[in-house]
Design a protein around this ligand. Structure first.
Ligand code: TYD
Ligand code: MG
Length: 453
């Protein structure tokens, strides 16, 4: 028998090391390396047969067309998957505990089942009776979805092999345990082995497997970033507590655009789709006030309008506050530095609070100009034109760079009643009429023209 070599794995980034150390050399995280038993080598370790023989790419062309994607009928969910579920794919759905993952996937399982797909929902966290109660509360009591309360990986694989469903949902990957591995459920070794077995099964049998993964406080799917590498698609279910909006965002997708979002609202009867997120995110906008800027963004393939809110107030602290919600704080620091250095607008001695309304996260650099506009508007206490949307990337020199998909952004803005756009001068505007377009060459002239500084 082969000698088993103990492996050391970083729970933060998944890198494996030959010996333990206090800090992972790959991701520089402290105290993240743990010892784990190696994956079983399996019997028969001789050279393989010709099974791994490569096939010329052109030889594949004669094979039949790839099987069609399965649609759940929940449009927001199908969109995030890249237009439906690819048979035999493995999907990871991550999110904070209590955010609504089980609710979403139970609804999705029922929707797939009602659409004629064979669906099995394995719950390792709740008993079947509890899942059934939840399903009844969600109005899904009659859906032909099957439930399993199982956590032993071997039993789940056997069930899947016998039943051959189209979709299997595992809620959650942290509750699974494999008897091949001497570690507690939820440990990196267990999670990795379970994910590996299930994704391999998915590929071999054409069953789509959806894995639910809890995210720890540190923002990682407990232990295994490794699972992210194994699956085809990684979706995160996000939302602010206290807000009823939930956003399902594709972080990685082999079968569709990454960064695609689906927007849901948590109601007493489960999650309901939000077909027009722009209207929703702008719905709380009151009278035009200083510090508010409307950003015309693109999320995946869809334009989404959001409101960037800023508050700037004198600080009593030696190092003033920079509180940022829904935006990249590094990006905000850069914009503050460009405003100080290139436009002579100091923020020293001022607390800065920035927020994207509705619990949305905006990651596009195209939001730079809207962020700068909100900051300047709050600082000068001058409201921006209420009928205008703003977008454009700011470079370190203070110049403005054009951004992609202008037409989509402007059309969405027009649909929501905006009649004016403030954007970089070099932007090509085509296909949009009836909108006033203010072209700004650089940040300094934007400050001068809009705030008369
Ligand atoms: P759940 O799907 O159990 O979260 P997760 O699986 O991500 O841990 O969702 C739990 C929360 O959702 C809980 O706080 C109650 C809320 N909820 C509703 O508001 N309405 C509903 O219809 C359901 C089923 C849950
Ligand atoms: Mg759950």
């Amino acid at each position: 028998m082969a000698r088993s070599i103990t492996a050391f794995t970083c729970t933060a980034c998944g890198a494996s090391h030959r010996k333990w150390s206090g800090r992972c050399e790959t991701c520089n995280e402290w105290n993240s390396i743990i010892e784990e038993a190696p994956l079983s080598q399996g019997p028969g370790r001789g050279l393989g047969s010709l099974k791994g023989k490569p096939v010329p790419l052109s030889g594949l062309a004669t094979q039949e067309a790839p099987p069609a994607r399965a649609h759940s009928g929940i449009a927001e969910f199908d969109r995030v998957l890249g237009g439906g579920l690819v048979p035999g794919s493995a999907i990871l759905v991550g999110g904070d505990p209590g955010i609504g993952k089980s609710t979403l996937l139970l609804q999705a399982a029922a929707a797939f089942a009602r659409n004629g797909q064979q669906a099995i929902y394995f719950s390792g966290e709740e008993a079947s009776a509890q899942v059934r109660l939840r399903a009844q509360r969600l109005g899904l009591g009659d859906a032909p979805v099957r439930l399993g309360a199982e956590t032993a990986l071997r039993d789940i694989l056997t069930t899947l092999d016998v039943e051959r469903p189209d979709v299997a949902i595992i809620d959650s990957i942290q509750t699974l345990w494999s008897d091949q591995i001497e570690a507690a459920p939820g440990s990196v070794g267990q999670v990795r082995a379970s994910a590996h077995e299930l994704t391999t099964f998915a590929k071999r049998r054409g069953t789509s497997v959806i894995l639910v993964g809890h995210v720890t406080k540190e923002g990682q799917i407990a232990g295994p970033r490794v699972v992210e590498h194994m699956v085809d698609t990684v979706l995160y279910f996000e939302g602010e507590r206290g807000h009823q909006f939930r956003i399902l965002r594709a972080h990685k997708n082999r079968f569709g655009p990454a960064d695609e979002i689906g927007v849901f609202e948590m109601t007493g009867g489960g999650l309901s789709e939000v077909a027009n997120p722009s209207a929703l995110f702008l719905s709380e906008r009151g009278q035009p006030s200083a510090g508010s800027a409307v950003y015309a963004g693109i999320e995946g393939t869809r334009p989404v309008l959001t409101e960037v809110q800023a508050l700037v107030a004198p600080s009593t602290l030696a190092s003033p506050r920079r509180t940022v919600v829904g935006l990249d704080s590094g990006r905000v620091s850069t914009i503050l530095a460009v405003l100080e250095a290139r436009c002579a607008v100091p923020f020293a001695g001022l607390d800065v609070f920035l927020n994207v309304a509705g619990g949305m996260r905006v990651n596009e650099p195209a939001a730079d100009l809207a962020i700068a506009a909100a900051l300047l508007s709050a600082r000068e206490d001058i409201a921006l034109p209420a009928e205008a949307v703003i977008f454009g990337e700011i470079s370190l020199s203070g110049a403005l760079r054009p951004v992609a998909q202008t037409e989509n952004r402007l059309k969405e803005a027009q649909k929501l009643g905006f009649s004016r756009a403030i954007l970089p001068a070099s932007t090509k505007v085509e296909g949009v009429s009836g909108m006033r377009v203010d072209r700004v060459s650089d940040l300094t002239s934007f400050v001068g023209e809009t705030f008369g500084a």
